[in-house]
Design a protein around this ligand. Structure first.
Ligand code: FE
Length: 220
């Protein structure tokens, strides 16, 4: 298996007016591509050259000190996940199992969006904000720089890039406007729901882990 720079799942102008073609040209065409190319250079001729990107991130994350390989491989992974977290037909509210689970774990969809927006606006400097499923519960987590939930055994459902390169051309320093448009107009709930269903299935298959273990309203 060799890792590849993935195509965008839509055209570069498909997310306008919320994210411009100029931003996606640079973000996907320069930043994401550079992370993938650097990862390929770093693994060339090593035992990792035949491994999947998920494996490379996990293996690099297991080293005590985060390495150049981890930073580039995780960024390659995070960006591919981010493109799929958005859709030209995105926004609105999830339906079905994920909608029910958001209501159970956050109280309501409105509470969830407030918490997600707040985490994205408050995150200091470069990083990512995620909706994850971990220990049989939904959580909003933010990670700095290249860090990623898959390095911490958490299943990502959705992510938002809060590095300045994700929004500065379109919003300058107005991160809160980018965050609001992402949550209200761009989130690909179908993608997040599929990720949730797979993560919930894996979770219930683990010994001693059952949905009834979850206590509604327990947000600790
Ligand atoms: Fe980025």
């Amino acid at each position: 298996m060799s890792i590849e720079w993935p195509k965008l799942p839509y055209s570069t102008n498909a997310l306008e007016p919320h994210i411009s073609a100029s931003t996606l040209d640079i973000h996907h065409g320069k930043h994401h591509r550079a992370y993938v190319e650097k990862t390929k250079l770093l693994i060339a001729g090593t035992a990792l050259a035949e491994r999947s990107l998920d494996d490379i991130v996990s293996i690099a994350a297991s080293k005590k000190r985060k390495t150049t390989l981890f930073n580039n491989a995780a960024q390659a992974w995070n960006h591919a996940f981010y493109w799929n977290s958005m859709s030209p037909e995105g926004g609105g509210e999830p339906r079905g199992s994920l909608a029910d689970r958001i209501e159970m774990d956050f109280g309501s969809f409105v509470h969830f969006t407030e918490a997600f927006k707040s985490a994205a606006v408050r995150h200091f400097a470069s990083g990512w904000v995620w909706l994850v499923f971990a220990r049989n519960k939904l959580e909003i987590v933010s990670t700095s720089n290249a860090d990623t939930p898959i390095a911490h055994g958490k299943a990502p459902l959705l992510t938002m890039d809060v590095w300045e390169h994700a929004y500065y051309l379109d919003y300058r320093n107005r991160r809160a406007e980018y965050v609001a448009n992402f949550v209200e107009k761009l989130v690909n709930w179908e993608f997040a729901t599929g990720n949730f269903q797979r993560a919930a299935c894996r979770s219930t298959a683990e010994p001693g882990n059952h949905p009834q273990d979850h206590v509604p309203g327990n947000r600790s």
